[in-house]
Write a protein that binds this ligand. Structure first.
Ligand SMILES: [Zn+2]
Length: 170
């Protein structure tokens, strides 16, 4: 887990970001570090930092301005680390991203056209559409709303213990 929980100034969880982004925000004095990972350190030329596990924005942002970033990690999270063709749950190293409508034929790299896919299914599908390859998608890919993202990122069972104080208990 090399991620940092970003809290609003009001301490409500906003999103999960990379620790590098958290450090950048900290250098820009946009956030304060609330908790650190005990065992992880970052070495720079002149000093050593602990990796931030929870940071808090110094200025309150209204939630609706926080979008869900399009990234490999967020696609895997949206798709529950599950191949969207065969349904197999797989660790990240055995997953890849598949363009539903093939990239080679102009398929876009977007929330609506990218799904998590296991290496085998990806190879099998090749440059075909799901229909041509006779492979059915488990569900139609959509851009997650912020609410969906909170659900997927803030799963307490997968969260580092440093985050638990700040996550909703549902
Ligand atoms: Zn598969």
């Amino acid at each position: 887990m090399q991620q940092t929980l970003l809290l609003n100034a009001s301490y409500e969880p906003l999103s999960v970001i990379s620790w590098q982004r958290a450090m950048t925000m900290w250098c820009l004095k946009k956030v304060e570090v609330i908790a650190e990972y005990d065992e992880r350190q970052i070495h720079s030329a002149s000093s050593t930092f602990r990796m931030p596990s929870v940071v808090r924005l110094l200025q309150y942002v209204r939630r609706r301005y926080v979008g869900v970033r399009f990234s490999r990690q967020n696609i895997y999270a949206r798709d529950s680390h599950q191949c969207q063709y065969c349904g197999r749950k797989a660790p990240q190293v055995e997953l890849t991203l598949d363009h539903v409508f093939p990239k080679s034929r102009g398929g876009r790299t977007s929330w609506e056209n990218i799904v998590a896919c296991c290496v085998q299914c990806n190879r099998k599908k090749g440059g075909l559409t799901p229909k041509e390859a006779r492979m059915k998608l488990l569900k139609t890919p959509i851009k997650p709303s912020h609410h969906n993202q909170l659900d997927m990122s803030f799963n307490r069972s997968r969260a580092p213990h440093e985050w638990l104080d700040f996550l909703p208990t549902k």
